[in-house]
Design a protein around this ligand. Structure first.
Ligand SMILES: Cc1cc2nc3c(=O)[nH]c(=O)nc-3n(C[C@H](O)[C@H](O)[C@H](O)COP(=O)(O)OP(=O)(O)OC[C@H]3O[C@@H](n4cnc5c(N)ncnc54)[C@H](O)[C@@H]3O)c2cc1C
Length: 139
């Protein structure tokens, strides 16, 4: 497949993967409930355990696994989890000799993604659209 002029297809590296992943992880934390249920807490613990096993950068993965084992995810509330994520990121920043981030500013930096919210009407319209598509098995 030919690269179109102006298209940005730089290969993924630890830097671009890291930046995208932190955006995902901090946004995940920002959207974590203020008062999570027991199921939501367990789900997040499991997610972080699997995530730290599977993160596809060998050198990063071993460091991350170490941090998550020594400092298990603090999933009691949105506040504890967003701060925990900030501490984890600062652990990596420290390891890389980067400046540490002020975790009191984490909500300001990583507020909830407004455009990520699905409104009920949009969701119903989407479900109706899916129902209207003939299934490949029936056709
Ligand atoms: C789990 C994980 C482990 C990694 N391990 C390594 C490794 O071992 N070696 C390696 O070379 N790279 C590693 N990386 C990549 C590295 O952390 C950076 O993502 C990459 O170097 C790009 O750095 P950056 O300066 O663009 O900012 P990033 O560190 O990617 O941060 C993006 C933005 O997040 C904000 N931010 C910074 N610190 C915090 C914080 N503590 N809390 C909240 N927000 C913050 C800042 O606004 C910053 O611009 C890892 C990434 C991840 C996700």
């Amino acid at each position: 497949m030919e690269k179109e002029e102006g298209e940005d297809w730089e290969p993924v590296d630890t830097t671009s993967l890291g930046r995208a992943t932190w955006t995902f992880l901090h946004t995940l934390a920002a959207n974590y409930p203020k008062k999570p249920t027991a199921v939501e807490k367990t789900r997040m613990m499991l997610f972080m355990a699997h995530f730290s096993d599977l993160y596809p950068c060998e050198v990063c993965q071993s460091g991350l696994k170490d941090i998550v084992t020594k400092t298990p995810p603090e999933v009691e509330s949105n506040k504890t989890f967003t701060r925990w994520m900030c501490k984890v990121h600062n652990g990596v920043n420290e390891h890389l000799g980067k400046e540490l981030f002020d975790c009191s500013k984490v909500d300001e930096r990583w507020g909830v993604c407004e455009s990520c919210k699905v409104y009920r009407e949009d969701l119903n319209a989407f479900k109706n659209l899916i129902r209207s598509i003939p299934s490949s098995k029936s056709g």
